[in-house]
Design a binder for this molecule. Structure first.
Ligand code: GLU
Length: 274
């Protein structure tokens, strides 16, 4: 008797599972992010938590702080009004794209360069920060620029960042060591696992502020224009992000936020980022 019952129930359960799965797949694509954000009065932002100056977890408060976080808060208020809430989800260079595509976050504001390859997978806002690729080395290192990355040198980069391919292109002879996030990349540099760390100048200046034994060298060897990424097809949401960005640039709020984080960073020209 029991066996016969399962014969009926099992296929039904499987069917239910399948339709639920299909429903999930559809819901991300068919969702309208701007409408959802207005209804919940919340925008869910993917931000870095390992990147000083842009998005870094403050261990005392448990809050993530930085330029990207402040800009996300300001954009949220522009879009949803003064009571609008910005919620933050921690991402890394490697996890940001899958988290967006799965619908776990509404947008990525996490030191993310607009590249043709990424544009095939997500849509980007207008440029909100102009960075450039550089190198961080220990004081006294013989490496002064990418030209010194010859055979026998090793450069640390972060997985999912633009620098795996970019270091290889600029210095084909060097070895590249990929790590999971910026905290472990900096720790690896300090423990001598590589001769230099390569990523965007702003991120590297953030590290040199944390440890004065390390400095940024050689100027920039790539252009890294940052954009806010949204899922493909979210045209209304992207438009409202762009409108908010222009407004914040016009009314001085953008400059205020940029100066707060980069105004006092020795060697970094905050005027060049806008
Ligand atoms: N801007 C570069 C990128 O999007 C490096 C910074 C990062 O890893 O987020 O890959």
């Amino acid at each position: 008797m029991k066996k016969r019952l399962w014969k009926f129930i099992l296929p039904l359960l499987m069917l239910l599972g399948l339709t639920t799965l299909a429903g999930c797949g559809n819901s991300v694509a068919s969702r309208d992010t701007l409408t959802d954000a207005s209804n919940s009065n919340t925008i869910i932002w993917g931000v870095k938590a390992d990147t000083n100056l842009f998005g870094l977890m403050n261990i005392k408060t448990g809050k993530i702080q930085g330029f990207d976080v402040d800009l996300a808060k300001a954009i949220t208020k522009e879009i949803l009004g003064p009571k609008g809430k910005a919620k933050f989800v921690q991402v890394t260079s490697d996890t940001r794209m899958p988290l967006l595509k799965a619908g776990n976050i509404d947008a990525i504001i996490a030191t993310m360069t607009i590249t043709p390859d990424r544009e095939k997978q997500v849509d980007f806002s207008n440029i909100y920060f102009k960075a450039g690729g550089s190198l961080l080395v220990k004081k006294g290192s013989p490496i002064k620029s990418v030209k010194d990355l010859k055979k026998g040198t090793k450069v640390i980069v972060v997985q999912g960042s633009t620098y795996g391919p970019e270091v290889k292109a600029a210095a084909p002879q060097t070895k590249v060591l990929q790590l999971g996030d910026y905290a472990s990349a900096f720790t690896a540099l300090k423990s001598g696992q590589g001769d230099a760390l390569s990523t965007d100048n702003g991120i590297l200046y953030g590290m040199s502020l944390q440890d004065k034994d390390y400095r940024v060298v050689g100027g920039t060897y790539t252009k890294e224009p940052y954009g806010i990424a949204v899922n493909k097809g979210q045209h209304a949401f992207r438009r409202s992000i762009n409108e908010a960005l222009s407004k914040l640039k016009e009314n001085g709020e953008y400059d205020k936020i940029a100066n707060k984080w980069f105004g006092d960073v020795p060697g970094f020209n905050v005027k060049e980022v806008k």
